[in-house]
Design a protein around this ligand. Sequence first.
Ligand code: 3PG
Length: 215
Amino acid sequence: MTNTIELQNRLERAPVVPLVVPDDPESAIKTTRALVAGGLSVVEVVLRTPAAVDCLAEVVKAVPEAIVGAGTVLSEQHAKQVVQAGAQFIVSPGLYEPVVRFAQAQDLPVFPGITTPSEAQNAWNMGLRSLKFFPASLAGGPAMLKAIGSVFKDVKFMPTGGVSAANLGDYLALPNVLACGGSWLTPRAAIAEDNYQIITDLAAEAVAIAVKTRS
Ligand code: 3PG
């Protein structure tokens, strides 16, 4: 069971959610540990590889100090699988009501992706107040979030897609940004070389940007 307050507290302290693309349990676990070592303990394991659900379950067991969510959850069946694997929150690229309703019935935080005011309004009417904004850079970046924020005053966003160390501060400067997500923290080349220190350093850099922007 996810402790929503704990999730909020951690995102307040370090408002960055790295993507873990799981090829095998060992590298997914090492990647997650490297991120935690760098100060990022909320991670999203994405369902984009055949081994993803198994990897998610292994990461949940092996790294209890992390809050591990599932990303790229496209269907209710995916949602059921990731809950069984121990996912502590659910992220989707788009807004699909059965996934939202399933997560709500489980009391699980859910962040469906939106890019337009209509989608945001639909999500708002499903009772959601935290949404993914994806693909953030192509959908208008910080300027778009600022415009949407002027209408959806009680909604927080998680921009993802094209976020990097270069623009993280621009997003985090906005009061309606809960956290930024992204894959820039987990480069595949570093994982292939077994060089997890790179991932720890990237996580620490993101934490430093967040502290500087939000203090
Ligand atoms: C996502 O699933 O949120 C995106 O694929 C992440 O986008 P990025 O690779 O540009 O960070």
